[in-house]
Design a binder for this molecule. Structure first.
Ligand SMILES: Nc1ncnc2c1ncn2[C@@H]1O[C@H](COP(=O)(O)OP(=O)(O)O)[C@@H](O)[C@H]1O
Ligand SMILES: [Mg+2]
Length: 381
């Protein structure tokens, strides 16, 4: 019961992000298609804030409104109801000049890559550079480095008909990035790519976010790349359903990363585990675990502190205090014996709790930790 770890508080990067300016602010946005009797509402009171440098992944079933919202943010549709600010500019009622100016700051990567068949990969990307008036010399360096970075270094002068679907998609990605957009809007950018190329694309996105402060909103069904997201937004029936919950997941992920137990997990597994974690609250004096009870949950202390009490048959003694960033409850889950101590909250505390079966899955993945735990548990007998 007393094996403990001290971990840093939730990562600084995450906390710092809270102070960054918002690149996109969507407030109560509705959208309708069609006229009169055929008018159909596609978006229902959507709210979303995206901060500078954030990578947001948007998922959800087909027809749930992802592309509609993305094209509204990208100024490709007129905002009908609600407020939508991009880089601080209100799009509702925006004039033509503002839209033209804003589009220079945006990078679009859409599914239908519609490259010009008569132009080479280089020329296709260069079109986008010329459109925003990029200095030709700067453009040249940037185009070559992007195409190389995307694995097309030897295809720079090929025309689309000599490129595979995945290669054309990567040319379209280079075209969307060439002018150093502040905001990238990507609709299924990796759908046509194999796993390796898909990974290269999202790694590039991460570098742009980190090095250039680029903000990225990406629609994807590709769950191989969910790990790059700072946040995952789920759309259902024209409405963003879970944003807050997933923010909690990413907070939990940040928290878990500090524990040796979770260190061997891939980012995907880590976020699956984080999803399964339950948030428990306790007030001062609440018993979280009672000695002698069967063990069902493993606990991490997110905030607050607890006392560890052991009853040796004659009296109950406080043997330890555990604080934020420490854990308890693992022994009974490993040994299948009843709880060997009582845990009482010292103050109002928050815990992340993981069920026995899920805890064991994590334990199996984490060879080093299991070894460490078993030694701690049995080695001292
Ligand atoms: N141009 C359009 N005209 C009429 N209805 C549309 C149009 N575009 C999208 N819709 C409708 O709006 C809803 C959301 O579509 P969309 O944003 O494309 O969803 P997703 O990208 O999530 O698949 C769907 O019901 C779709 O049929
Ligand atoms: Mg779509």
């Amino acid at each position: 019961m007393d094996s403990q770890t001290t971990i840093p508080a939730t990562s600084g990067a995450f906390a710092e992000g809270m102070h960054l300016p918002k690149t996109v602010q969507v407030a109560n946005v509705n959208h309708y298609f069609g006229e009169g009797e055929l008018r159909k509402q596609a978006l229902f009171s959507n709210n979303l804030d995206v901060r500078r440098g954030e990578i947001v992944i948007m998922t959800g079933p087909s027809g749930s409104g992802k592309t509609t919202l993305l094209t509204l943010i990208g100024t490709l549709r007129t905002v009908q109801e609600g407020s939508l600010k991009v880089l601080g500019n209100e799009l509702q009622g925006a004039d033509r000049d503002l839209i033209v100016r804003l589009r220079r700051e945006l990078g679009f990567i859409f599914q239908a890559h519609n490259l010009f068949e008569s132009l080479t990969a280089y020329q296709n990307v260069n079109m986008a550079a010329e459109l925003v008036g990029l200095d030709p010399q700067i453009a040249e360096g940037r185009i070559k480095s992007l195409l190389t970075r995307l694995g097309l270094g030897d295809r720079v002068h090929y025309k689309p008909k000599s490129l595979s679907g995945g290669q054309k998609q990567r040319v379209a990605i280079a075209r969307g990035l060439v002018h150093k957009p502040k905001l990238i809007l990507a609709d299924e950018p990796t759908a046509a790519l194999d796993e390796k190329s898909g990974r290269e694309v999202v790694t590039l996105f991460q570098e742009l976010a980190r090095d250039e402060g680029c903000t990225i909103i990406m629609v994807t069904h590709d769950n191989r790349i969910l790990d790059v997201a700072d946040r995952i937004v789920n759309m259902v029936d024209g409405n963003i359903k879970s944003d807050v919950a997933v923010q909690e997941t990413s907070v939990i992920c940040e928290f878990l990363k500090g524990f040796p137990l979770f260190a061997d997990l891939t980012p995907n597994t880590l976020s699956e585990v984080a999803d399964k974690m339950m948030v428990h609250e306790a007030d001062a004096g609440d018993v979280v675990i009672r000695q002698g009870d069967p063990g069902e949950l493993f606990y991490l202390i997110r905030g607050g502190s607890v006392d560890v009490l052991i009853d040796d048959g004659t009296e109950e003694k406080t043997v330890a205090q555990l604080n934020q960033g420490q854990y308890f409850g693992e022994t009974a889950l490993i040994t299948d014996e009843p709880r060997n101590a009582t845990i009482v909250a010292r103050e109002k505390s928050i815990f992340y709790a993981l069920g026995k079966a899920d805890f064991r899955v994590v334990l199996e993945t984490s060879a080093t930790f299991e070894e460490e735990l078993r030694q701690a548990l049995f080695g001292r007998q």
